[in-house]
Design a protein around this ligand. Structure first.
Ligand code: ATP
Ligand code: MG
Ligand code: MG
Ligand code: MG
Length: 477
């Protein structure tokens, strides 16, 4: 089943059941805490909080999401994209736990002929929050799941909140068992590669205060109504329904890998793990980069623009490591346009602008690479002349800081010259720089405006939460 059809089946199922279809919000919503929209609920937040009356009792959407916190996972796990599509159904004080479980179970287990995805019920598992006996019993009753396929998990996994005071609630996740060839028995708690999380049902009922129930603290109050917020990962369902290994091999992502194979003459899946990760990074980032540009982000050195810059430069770097030195972003953009524009027509309509943003960023990075490479070559000659074989950490740091050289590019270039790099020294300097940024942010705590907020968030380090996501403190580019 193609990805476009997975989305439309989801929406049709919920529309049949009385939900109003709401279009995806832009990836950029004006909210000082928010870098990018990274969950379906974000555009509905005021309704959950009771700040505005919900225009509908129930709604459904397929939301564009970007999760910067997952950047470092991309290509290494089987399940994390930076850009992905989250299908969701929402109840604003209408149905609650039973309704959410029933609707979800029906869609995933109904046969394909009957509008569903046709998953084998015997391969499905559910998790519930610690003492949520109500959800546990509903999984038994509605889905007929045996007790041993319902796992209880603590707040870290099964309590959802935004990472800041606001709405929250216990959640219940649905996992699919991909079989013993993918890992250990024992359910999601034992192995999350084998058991792929496909859907999260959040029972949004609490108001969290300063301290999160994720860490065992009590919520400070209740929301005006009991609500439902769910998120199903379209790419993850596609992985399973298309019988491929991971989210990068699904129909809307894999074509970019094909283009990179064509350009590099190397084959994806031919035994080189590092090359395969590069192929996946390229495919993932080409898509997320383009989706961000389509929604108005341009590369820069702050906040959103910096994330975009990281994504685009990481493509160029990865392609280079596959042995391609020519400009590539324009070609990848065309592939992403062709696969994604049926769902996102802006990619085609606005293509000349999007492509030009990508090309310009690539030119700028290639120029930086050229001057950084000269610095590196001079340093390497000197090191060799001195009879040494180690590139000092401060040189790697300078290349990173001044020329935007990612550390693995420096490592690769050093290896080509038979040198090694003092990576520990490099990381120490990076840590010092982060500490300075943190101190800087602390001294600006009283300020306002986007940048300050992002700096504060940056100083807190990467966080794992659903609705609001911050710039990861550890830049990979
Ligand atoms: P994981 O534990 O695998 O990182 P999550 O618990 O962080 O996922 P949720 O916040 O519950 O994910 O998001 C709802 C759904 O969105 C998930 O069940 C999954 O199907 C999908 N999803 C989440 N993150 C990603 C991602 N980075 N790439 C693709 N799909 C994702
Ligand atoms: Mg999870
Ligand atoms: Mg989850
Ligand atoms: Mg996650």
């Amino acid at each position: 089943m193609q990805t476009h059809e997975i989305s439309s089946r989801f929406l049709d199922h919920f529309k049949r059941n009385g939900h109003t279809q709401v279009p995806s919000a832009s990836l950029i919503l004006e909210d000082p805490n928010l870098l990018f929209v990274n969950a379906g609920m974000v555009q509905f937040k005021p309704y959950f909080l009771g700040q505005a009356p919900a225009p509908w009792h129930t709604a459904t959407s397929v939301q564009k999401c970007v999760r910067t916190g997952d950047i470092d996972e991309v290509g290494k796990t089987t399940r994390h994209n930076t850009f992905f599509q989250m299908a969701g159904n929402f109840s604003f004080g209408d149905y609650f736990k039973a309704g959410a479980i029933e609707f979800a179970w029906e869609l995933i287990t109904n046969s394909v002929d009957n509008g569903g995805y046709g998953f084998d019920p015997d391969r499905l598992w559910a998790t519930v929050y610690n003492d949520d006996d109500e959800a546990f019993d509903l999984w038994r009753k509605i889905a007929g799941l045996p007790e041993e396929r319902i796992q209880r998990r603590d707040g870290k996994d099964n309590y959802w909140d935004m990472g800041i005071p606001g709405p929250g609630g216990p959640c219940s996740e649905i996992y699919y068992d991909r079989g013993p060839q993918h890992g250990r028995d024992g359910g999601p708690v034992a192995d999350e590669d084998r058991y792929l999380e496909i859907w999260n049902l959040v029972f949004m009922q609490d108001e969290r205060g300063e301290l999160s129930p994720k860490e065992g603290h009590k919520p400070v109050g209740s929301l005006p109504t009991k609500n439902i917020d769910t998120g199903m990962g379209i790419e993850r369902v596609a992985t399973l329904l298309q019988g491929v290994e991971n989210v990068y091999e699904t129909d809307l992502v894999r074509p970019v890998i094909g283009k990179a194979e064509e350009m590099s003459g190397r084959r994806y899946g031919s035994g080189s793990t590092v090359d395969d990760v590069r192929f996946r990074v390229i495919a993932d980032h080409a898509r997320s980069g383009m989706m961000l540009i389509a929604d108005g982000v341009t590369p820069g050195n702050e906040a959103r623009g910096y994330v975009l810059r990281r994504l685009l430069r990481r493509i160029v770097r990865s392609v280079r490591l596959l042995g391609v030195n020519e400009p590539v972003l324009g070609e990848f953009a065309a592939v992403v346009r062709d696969t994604m524009s049926p769902s996102y027509p802006d990619l085609a309509n606005d293509f000349p602008r999007i492509e030009s943003v990508m090309r310009k960023e690539e030119e700028a990075f290639l120029a930086t690479l050229a001057s950084g490479s000269k610095i590196f070559d001079l340093a390497a000659e000197q090191i060799k002349a001195d009879g040494r074989a180690l590139v000092p950490g401060d040189k790697a740091f300078q290349l990173h800081d001044t020329y935007g050289f990612p550390i693995d590019l420096t490592l690769e270039m050093a290896a080509e010259k038979g040198l090694t790099v003092d990576e520990a020294g490099f990381r120490e300097l990076m840590a010092e720089q982060r500490a300075r940024a943190k101190a800087d942010a602390a001294s600006r705590k009283t300020g306002h405006g986007d940048q300050t907020v992002y700096r504060d968030l940056l100083a807190q380090g990467p966080t794992e939460f659903l609705g609001y996501e911050v710039l990861s403190a550890e830049a990979t580019v």
